[in-house]
Design a protein around this ligand. Structure first.
Ligand code: GCO
Length: 255
């Protein structure tokens, strides 16, 4: 492991990491040496993932809390304080998808997506950054965006608005926290084969659209994001701030 990418001695909290991309990010960070805190709202699923990673010899703990609920977030950070857990790296990954044309979209579903995909990043990062600033040892915040942080697809308006917000929130974090040696950056995954996208992968027309729309002519795999997560979590990116790195097979680079 090149020392620039070595995460030994660091603790990383990954929100929404019982499964899917979050779990994949957690495994990548653990393989780079980090102690990992998994998060989810489904206790049984979360601790199944914790023990799965522990059997692989990784240092892992799990905290059940709702990233979109301020009281739940603050309670979790108090619990971590009491356990002496100090977060050096925060991955704001938690997110949901809700596909419906805007003219049929209910306000409650708009709000749920915005709260889970955007407001959560504010709530969790605020608590993490307070502690990073007080410790005076810097930190890393990585927000998970999307192709829809840059370009829109019909029928996923709340997700698109939230992921666009994630891109600008990342810049706001850089503006405020750079002086404390906290780097805030974002990753924009392309179409990746995950639980959230199962219906899309199985839809022949959508599958063909994904393959025709990016130069790599295929869907991405969760493990193909690990290198970028490790890079942005490590000293290798100490002078990178407020950026979004698209890991999309070249989708956004071409007409
Ligand atoms: C959708 C998908 C996308 C992808 C990803 C693309 O319905 O279009 O869920 O949102 O998950 O965000 O970058």
């Amino acid at each position: 492991m090149h020392p620039l990418f070595d995460l030994n001695g660091k603790t990383a909290l990954v929100t929404g990491s019982s499964r899917g991309l979050g779990f994949s990010f957690a495994q990548g960070l653990a393989e780079a040496g980090a102690n990992v805190i998994l998060n989810g709202t489904h206790e049984e699923r979360l601790f199944r993932s914790v023990s799965d990673m522990q059997t692989k010899g990784f240092h892992v703990d799990g905290f059940v809390f709702d990233v979109a609920n301020e009281v739940s977030v603050m309670k979790a950070f108090t619990e971590m304080d009491e356990k002496g857990i100090q977060i050096d790296i925060l991955i704001n990954n938690a997110g949901i998808q809700y596909r419906k044309p805007m003219v049929e979209l209910e306000l409650e579903n708009w709000q749920k997506v915005i709260d889970t995909n955007l407001t959560s990043a504010f709530l969790v990062s605020r608590e993490a950054a307070k502690r990073m600033i007080a410790r005076g040892q810097g930190g890393k915040v990585i927000n998970i965006g999307s192709l829809t942080s840059q370009a829109a697809r019909a029928t996923v308006a709340p997700y698109t608005a939230a992921k666009g917000g994630i891109r600008m929130l990342t810049k706001a974090m850089a503006a405020e926290w750079g002086q404390y040696n906290i780097q805030a950056n974002a990753i924009g995954p392309g179409y990746i084969i995950t639980d959230m996208n199962t219906a899309l992968v199985e839809d022949e027309q959508f599958d063909q659209w994904v393959k025709n729309s990016n130069p790599t002519r295929r869907w991405g795999l969760p493990e193909e994001l690990a290198g970028t997560v490790i890079y942005l979590s490590s000293s290798a990116s100490d002078y990178v701030n407020g950026q979004m790195i698209f890991v999309d097979g070249g989708w956004l680079a071409v007409l």
